[in-house]
Design a protein around this ligand. Sequence first.
Ligand SMILES: [Fe+2]
Ligand SMILES: [Fe+2]
Length: 291
Amino acid sequence: MTTSRPGGSLLAVSDLHVGYPENRTLVESFVPGSDEDWLLVAGDVADRVEDIYWALRLLKERFSTVVWVPGNHELWTPRQDTVQLRGVARYELLVEMCRRIGVLTPEDPYPVWTGAGGPVTVVPLFLLYDYTFRPAGAQTKEAGLALAHEAGIVCTDEYFLHPDPYPSREDWCAARLALTERRLAELAPGTRTVLVNHFPLVREVTDILRYPVFAQWCGTVHTADWHRRYQAAAVVYGHLHIPRVNWFDGVRFDEVSLGYPREWQRRAKPPRGLRPILPVGSPERDADLAW
Ligand SMILES: [Fe+2]
Ligand SMILES: [Fe+2]
């Protein structure tokens, strides 16, 4: 492999959903442009542990550093999976699997990208959601869910993403927020970060959803200022399956999803694959961002 860019690039992708053969073929085509490239994988690799393992191991063989955060799909317990662990136990199994193959997770010390555009501390986040991105007119989680059921738009997480041993997904989210805030408080003053989370950190990006009532499964209002609080040089997320770029307070937010074949196959352009996050100002990063 040759080094084409001194200092390498910090690349990102999410929502690989490699249970679909078309997506598996695309993932097989992902190669670094440089020996020094890092890859951020922002969740929804697949539903089954075997498929998650296949994709992350392949990517780790190719990229010097791979950082993964879980999406909602990794946390499902599908009936057809040979692994029937639920909730925290399933997450811990995935973390252990990542450790075996050398993939970094939210449970590891935050790695520092010292390549082009660095130094920045890469912060893989696992925060989940807590139903606070409520639909218009809903004052409570229950009211929001009722509107979703009325509209017939209910996230499959309600049936397959178990929070065990927490009583609810929002309790799990609250615990993750508290744990993560404690860790982030330990960063040295002035530390620049790249925040990587499956779910968007700000609600505004969900305004584009075809079914706005779905936003309640997309994040938490408690992270609305994290890009400012933790001096983000960039924010990476997925989950929406709407790849795009937004700016908030001068910080670039990249939705880096691949999505389902039925979604990317109907777009005019083929999937872009890996999105350059750093360095800022690279032509690949800044050119032609319309999807
Ligand atoms: Fe997804
Ligand atoms: Fe997702």
